[in-house]
Design a protein around this ligand. Sequence first.
Ligand SMILES: NC(=O)C1=CN([C@@H]2O[C@H](COP(=O)(O)OP(=O)(O)OC[C@H]3O[C@@H](n4cnc5c(N)ncnc54)[C@H](O)[C@@H]3O)[C@@H](O)[C@H]2O)[C@@H](O)CC1
Ligand SMILES: Nc1ncnc2c1ncn2[C@@H]1O[C@H](COP(=O)(O)OP(=O)(O)O)[C@@H](O)[C@H]1O
Ligand SMILES: [K+]
Length: 513
Amino acid sequence: MIRAHAADVVRTAEEAVAAGLPDGLATLVARASAALARVVGQELRDVAGRVYGGAVVLLVGGGTNGGDALHAGALLAARGAAVTALLATPSAHAPGLAALRRAGGRVLAEDAAAGAAGRAAVGAADVVVDGLLGTGGRPGLRGTAAVLAGAVAAGGARVVAVDVPSGTDVGTGAVPAGPVDAGSAPCVRADVTVALGTAKPTLLLPPASALAGRVVVAGIGLRPDDLGAPAVERLGAADVAARWPRPTGTSDKYSRGVVGVVAGGATYTGAAVLATGAATRAGAGMVRYLGPARPTDLVRARWPEVVPGPGRVQAWVLGPGVDPDDEEQGDHVRAALAEDVPCVVDAGALPALVTALADGARGDGPTLLLPHAGELARLLGQLGTPCGRDDVEARPLEHARRAADATGAVVLLKGGTTLVVPPGRAGAGAVPVRSQADGTPWLATAGSGDVLAGVVGVLAAAGLDLADAGALGTAVHGLAGSAASAGGPLHAEAVVAALPEVLTALLEDVPTG
Ligand SMILES: NC(=O)C1=CN([C@@H]2O[C@H](COP(=O)(O)OP(=O)(O)OC[C@H]3O[C@@H](n4cnc5c(N)ncnc54)[C@H](O)[C@@H]3O)[C@@H](O)[C@H]2O)[C@@H](O)CC1
Ligand SMILES: Nc1ncnc2c1ncn2[C@@H]1O[C@H](COP(=O)(O)OP(=O)(O)O)[C@@H](O)[C@H]1O
Ligand SMILES: [K+]
């Protein structure tokens, strides 16, 4: 599990710990820079074969983030690395500068750093340490910082970011607009980010999360009680396994959960086969399918265990491959939405959900929406706050939250990184935003979302909170996609086929709760 806390929460937690330390914040900076130096040392060994003689360039802003970089540079210089600090501001963290100079490191003041000497140093670096901005940074690099980030983007060095990739919006994960070239860049792209104390939201939230690289969380002694609930979290395999529902000796198919699926139609028959197949392969107690004769016949031929026709269910999956103009399927969707059971609403059923909410025709159960960026933009338009797909992709959390707040539903926004956003603000007792990135870009293929809907439906029918159902389903869908791909193309049916083995491997060796 990676947990991310907002900058102000982290600052308060740092101050609380520092108040009990003789050297206060300086001790936390020392812990942070020691952890940073360890990671940079590993990267140096990887790139240059050893630390001694390796070329390290520090990009240093005016705050404590730059101080962390300078102190880490001092530790590496003491181990024989050739360390050069490039200052992006007229002044930098004084104790850090003194430590680096004492250890034999070189310091280039802002003018030299921004010119040929700085470019040459970046060009010769094995590893660049980004200490331009941390949690005190405003998004968007300017001036010398932007020039240095541009030189790094044009070069070939391994980049280790201190705490966050500088220039990204720490709280929202937004990435400032601007050209990235040798002359300038609005933010840094890192290969590794060393998060100090806890991760920050920008490391888990798209689009900035793509600039963080591998995230290493380094403990600096912050207390969990001071940090409280995270703003964003990412479940790991063990977290998914621990929460995945398992049958017991007294389970039967009904107690495990019956999933009802309204998917496909006379034209789009594949979605019906994929969604019901995913639900059976992900371990539903039973799957019911509602639809016209043709997809019903195809589903029965492919999955004999699926039960056609109406009946009681513990959760509905509505909308994969459903044409919003299909009257027969529209009737099934509306009737299902009116029931007091959890509904997982995808694709063609999203407009019907908005209508049902406006008409007071949604039953009492909780609702989970599964839009991709284009569908979320259309949904927000229907809810009276129109926007484009580009707006959703630039600020996905903001838009998913807007839809969650307007509908009262949990919103699962699909993409390379999928966000699961519950309605209401984060706070005591609130479920954090979840961010999962377990899949492969090969999952961007037709029918892949139909498989996700089936998997999530199983968890909803088993009685999981829908925010958990969304995150767990996304994680397993991603893992099954990776297994089906093995680095090459996949088709949606192969993701269905991979589900049982992926789940078996995941659930192995994890004690039942
Ligand atoms: N406070 C603590 O106890 C600890 C802090 N740590 C480090 O300290 C960082 C936070 O340090 P600071 O609060 O000094 O913040 P930063 O290091 O992010 O720097 C903020 C400074 O940069 C300026 N600035 C902000 N946005 C800018 C922009 N877009 N362009 C140019 N200048 C800009 C601000 O005016 C301010 O002077 C953390 O990210 C972490 O790296 C760690 O050492 C752990 C302990
Ligand atoms: N670049 C990507 N990397 C990883 N997963 C992706 C990527 N793009 C899309 N996906 C995943 O693939 C699925 C696509 O779903 P969707 O867009 O609904 O497709 P369809 O409607 O064709 O089934 C989602 O689960 C999404 O998260
Ligand atoms: K940084």
